[in-house]
Design a protein around this ligand. Structure first.
Ligand SMILES: Nc1ncnc2c1ncn2[C@@H]1O[C@H](COP(=O)(O)OP(=O)(O)OP(=O)(O)O)[C@@H](O)[C@H]1O
Ligand SMILES: [Mg+2]
Length: 419
């Protein structure tokens, strides 16, 4: 499949199917196949850490599925990052201030009203930009001094003296430790070893294959009512934004980014209804916007999800390639399949048997510019077992693969070296 023209450049792919229908494994095969193109950067956003941990729960007739072995054989080295180690930019004052607000620090300093918090936030961002300090170097005193200044312009004098300053003074005098510990937690998000720019450089400039394990976001969330998924959304939003930016820069220089972004469990991050949560809503808007604009920069997307009904329809309709696995032949999901599938293929799709029973993982592939067929009809593909995949793609015996690239063999080799 790697020989198929221009896939990575800007194809939009969706893989749908009920849980256990083999979506993630199909995606892993496609990724391994596309990874053969050394000019293609691949970013796999991995919500369950499944790709990063090499599909620990999988069972195939031959044993375990070995994604890492396939990547090694077809591409060579690849990298795994965990979101816990990925930090926000040290001069991202907008996000810093947003977190100050969320954590209640602005309110601790006496700015209670939401609108006032926004005004104060804008001034604070301006001041921090002027100071040009790294976020990780901003101290309680820096913050206190900046906010004290801002309060003078924010409120009328009498109101300030009566209602705001008393709280501010208490904060400085008695609540310093508590506020400082919140501040340190926020700062810890900026001081992490891997920078978003590193990831972008890897994927866009160096055309590397990166698996980003986002199953954990780090311990910050527990500390102040900021849910873990919000932290994930916040960092993902930045990554996608930077990706778009660097794609755009290349585009204006007449170049193409040539990147594929893969997102599993996509309904969580690209849901059908706008989430109430601010960070998740921001991420949804970002992804919608990116899908629309990044195609021309050579950035393609692959979304994987169990439920079409729960997946954003704007993105759904932008896809070029649809893979439908077993189990979506009823209700709203089926209506959405009908929208993009030639009539004559629908009955075949509905009659697909349960792969758990047959051991055959079949997907219907359709799309406006199908990558598997030039005819405007659906194609049914039976997904290989790992043995078959290796035979047809690597022209290699399964035992030879295991010897050279298999997880066990590599573990054994490493152990030997340690002895
Ligand atoms: N091509 C295949 N050949 C043999 N077994 C397979 C194949 N694809 C999937 N399986 C088996 O089915 C299991 C589930 O597959 P997979 O993890 O890809 O499902 P999924 O659709 O991603 O499910 P979920 O929505 O829960 O993430 C695998 O762990 C494996 O045991
Ligand atoms: Mg899956």
């Amino acid at each position: 499949m790697s020989e198929l023209p221009g896939f990575g450049e800007a194809r939009m792919v969706g893989i749908f199917g009920k849980t256990g229908s083999g979506k993630s494994i199909l995606a892993a095969y496609l990724i391994a196949g596309f990874s053969r193109n050394p000019q293609l950067g691949i970013l796999v956003i991995d919500p369950q850490g499944e790709f990063a941990r090499n599909f620990p729960g999988s069972k195939m007739p031959e044993g375990k599925f070995d994604f890492h072995g396939l990547l090694k054989a077809m591409r060579g080295p690849f990298k795994i990052y965990t979101l816990e180690n990925v930090g926000l930019d040290n001069n991202d004052y907008e996000t810093f201030v947003r977190l100050l607000k969320k954590s209640g620090i602005l309110s601790d300093f006496g700015i209670r009203d939401e609108l006032k918090q926004d005004d104060a936030g804008l001034s604070l961002i301006y001041d921090l930009k002027q100071s040009n300090k790294n976020v990780t170097d901003i101290s309680f005193d820096d913050l206190q001094n900046n906010i004290r200044e801002i309060l003078q312009h924010l409120y009328r004098r009498s109101y300030l003296e009566r209602n705001v300053l008393p709280t501010f003074n208490i904060a400085v005098k008695y609540n310093k430790d508590r506020i400082e510990s919140k501040l340190n937690i926020i700062k810890s998000l900026f001081g992490r070893p891997i920078k978003i720019d590193d990831i972008i450089k890897d994927v866009v400039n160096n055309h590397e294959v990166i698996i980003l394990d986002i199953s954990k976001a780090g311990s910050i969330a527990r500390h102040f009512g900021l849910e873990e998924i919000e932290i994930k959304a916040l960092i993902l939003d930045k990554i996608i934004d930077k990706l778009r930016q660097s794609g755009e820069e290349l585009f204006y220089r007449g170049l193409s980014a040539n990147v594929l972004v893969v997102l599993d469990e996509a309904h969580r991050y690209v849901p059908n209804t706008l989430p109430k949560n601010e960070e998740l809503a921001r991420l949804l808007r970002r992804i919608r916007d990116s899908v629309r604009t990044t195609r021309k920069y050579g950035i393609g997307w692959m979304f994987i999800t169990q439920s079409i009904a729960d997946f954003d329809k704007e993105v759904y309709r932008q896809l070029h390639d649809y893979f439908f696995g077993y189990g979506l032949s009823v209700g709203a999901d089926y209506q959405h399949i009908k929208e993009v599938t030639p009539k004559e293929s629908l009955e075949v799709y509905r009659s697909l048997p349960d792969p758990k029973r047959t051991g055959q993982y079949v997907f219907m592939h359709t799309g406006s510019f199908s990558m598997l067929s030039t005819v405007a009809s659906a194609t049914f593909v039976k997904v290989f077992s790992i043995k078959e995949f290796i035979k047809y793609n690597l022209n290699m015996d399964y035992d030879e693969f295991l010897q050279k690239y298999g997880e066990e063999a590599i573990k054994r080799r490493l152990e030997k070296r340690v002895d």
